[in-house]
Write a new protein. Structure first.
Length: 404
């Protein structure tokens, strides 16, 4: 009965997200995990690839069940970057070294900026500026309106993760990590505030939560850092490379490693609370997780999207794509969106199903998919109910809801 009750609660919570996001009705209260941090940019814009500083991987609002192609933009080279969108403009990087600004309604180019290395990192848009890292080791600050360079900050090696932010207003600072193995804290004028050094490459975006910066690295460690001064608070052994970003909620960090495990780590005590693996698979997890209603959702190189109980680490469901999933899932209401190396974009329902044994069970059921023809390593963004995603053929896609 406890499992049945748990799934009824999950269904109510997911339904409440859809209702509560757009009205002040009497639907179920939004769970704590879905409260947008006070410092997260508000409104319908999508300025940051994981939605908030803690990298929860959740977008506000609702999402349709089926979609149609709105437009397809040719970026000229592979799009591994995750798109963001603000003020009717979409921003995305490409392997050829360009940051693209595209009109959301038409899919036409507004401007491009050429870096000296690949732009695989997701951009961040804050206060009419676009911040993006590049394979040339620089973090760039550009004017969002015209793409003009404001400043650039040099790290020691390529940057694959997005910049994140800490603080507000004039006290706001950026944090970015890279293949130099360092976490850099940078002022809005492009000057260094502090720098933290790890022992190996960092691929992901640093998570920010409760005055702490949390990031995994290829030194097989999870680093918990004081956001004020960059000092190390805790170092936790992860057992293998952590090659993607880590999501944080209620002093717990969730992320995958190269040994086929998803870990839950207590960031206050520095303890691994649980470790999840699927059928003893050692296929790496190089996708970043989404956290929704007590569930962890993450893609694996085993070709599956995994749903895991956030409290216990128990596997709840898997959804099988045809190739590995390095794209990071994005949850919108009761749906999850993710791409795969099979070239397909998937939209899945997260609503529990009534089993033949008379019990509710967790599941992820396919609602819609689209075959782009080439691997999708980009992660989806959501803007005005439209799905944005890139693929390895060099296209940026926009899919709008298919209305009857």
């Amino acid at each position: 009965m406890r499992a049945a009750h748990s799934n009824l609660v999950l269904a109510a919570m997911l339904a409440g997200l859809c209702i509560g996001a757009g009205s002040c009705g009497r639907g179920p209260a939004r769970p704590k995990s879905q409260t947008r941090p006070a410092s997260a940019p508000a409104g319908r814009d999508w300025p940051f690839w994981r939605g908030d500083e803690a990298l929860s991987g959740v977008a506000p609002g609702r999402l349709g069940r089926t979609f149609r192609l709105k437009w397809r933009y040719q970026a000229g080279s592979e799009v591994y970057s995750a798109p963001v969108a603000v003020g009717g403009r979409v921003y995305v990087g490409s392997y050829g070294g360009l940051l693209h600004c595209v009109d959301f309604e038409t899919g036409k180019m507004i401007w491009t900026y050429k870096a000296d290395g690949e732009v695989d990192a997701p951009p961040l848009v804050l206060d009419d500026r676009v911040y993006v890292g590049s394979g040339d080791s620089y973090l760039y600050a550009l004017n969002a309106a015209d793409g003009k360079l404001l400043w650039r900050y040099e790290t020691g090696d390529k940057i694959l993760g997005s910049a994140n932010w800490i603080g507000e207003g004039k006290d706001r600072r950026l944090v970015v990590a890279g293949h130099d193995g360092r976490v850099h804290c940078v002022g809005l004028d492009g000057t260094r505030k502090w720098m933290y050094r790890s022992e190996n490459v960092i691929n992901g975006t640093p998570a920010v939560s409760d005055g702490q910066i949390v990031v995994g690295g290829c030194d097989s460690q999870l680093h918990v850092i004081d956001a004020a001064n960059g000092s190390l608070l805790r170092l936790v052994e992860a057992g293998a490379y952590m090659a993607a970003s880590t999501a944080v909620q209620d002093h717990r960090a969730y992320g995958g490693n190269y040994d086929g495990k998803v870990l839950c780590i207590d960031t206050r005590r520095g303890l691994v609370l649980w470790s999840y693996s699927y059928d003893d698979s050692v296929a790496p997890f190089t996708s970043s997780p989404s956290l929704i209603a007590g569930r962890v959702i993450i893609g694996g190189q085993d070709g599956r999207l995994h749903g895991i109980d956030a409290a216990t680490g128990k596997g709840l469901w898997t959804f099988a794509a045809r190739e590995m999933i390095e794209s990071s899932p994005l949850v919108v209401g009761d749906k999850v969106v993710v791409g795969s190396d099979d070239g397909r974009l998937y939209v899945l329902s997260l609503l529990p199903a009534w089993s033949r044994w008379g019990l509710w069970r967790d599941q992820a059921s396919l609602l819609w998919s689209y075959d782009t023809g080439q691997p999708i390593k980009s992660s989806p963004g959501i803007y005005r109910g439209t799905i944005l995603i890139g693929n390895s053929e060099g296209h940026l896609y926009a899919f709008e809801e298919a209305t009857r």
